[in-house]
Write a protein of this length. Sequence first.
Length: 277
Amino acid sequence: VWSACDLCGLCSYVTQTVDVDDVVAPVFSNDDGLPTNVTDPVTCDTLPDPEPLCAKDTCTGLNMSFTSWEEPSAEERANSDCPYTYRIWYKYEADDACGNHEEYIYFVDVDDSADPVWIPSTLPPTTLTISCNDTAPDYTLWATDTCSGNLTDSTPDEGTIEPTLPDSAGSTCSTSYNRTWSVCDECNHCIEHTQLVTIVNDLDVWWTDTPDNITDAYQCDDLDSIPNSSATADHLCGDVTPSGPFERVSPGSEVCTGTYTIEREFHVTDDCGHNLT
């Protein structure tokens, strides 16, 4: 209201009406600038937290809300080839007392592009040497994955049947084969660990049955009645067959040349040269 009066007290008045209306929406801000869409996919372990946004209004206080969702949803991805490939959306909303509404939306693309990693303490050595009568020990291997968590594989794929040493023929004294463990995450990223197992024949043979000495005396014309002798042997790495007997004569008295001793000798040798007499 404006007024003007003269010296005689006569006054005139002018009135102005000003209408005020809040039609300005709130404004979002962030000290580092508003976040933008992330189209270069991040992995599960590098997914950033939502940015903290502030909002201001020129007139009144604010009611703020935050929501997020994934596309496709976790349920929709459960049976997919890779349940960790998706887009996560972040939505910020601000409303002032006059019903002015503002929202800010951005997204982050997520993709499982990382292989699992073996836990070193669970890995068997890459080479192993065992005796032919032993078996390679069992191992349970563990791996970690940024998306799938802990993974395990306790059944190695040997590719072929575990070889054994030959029984009594051939000249192979050692053989080897690979054992390979593999593990895959839910997105079919796989890793392997291979162990070379070498089997060696490092054991001696031994007699299982040998003939006793024959102490009965036989006449020179009755040598055919001397009982036959045989011997058997064994080996933990395969079957062995003794050879013999090989006979040799040990002379007796020089006075009586018809008195002497027949010695019978047996030999056994495995494929690797371990021998016994």
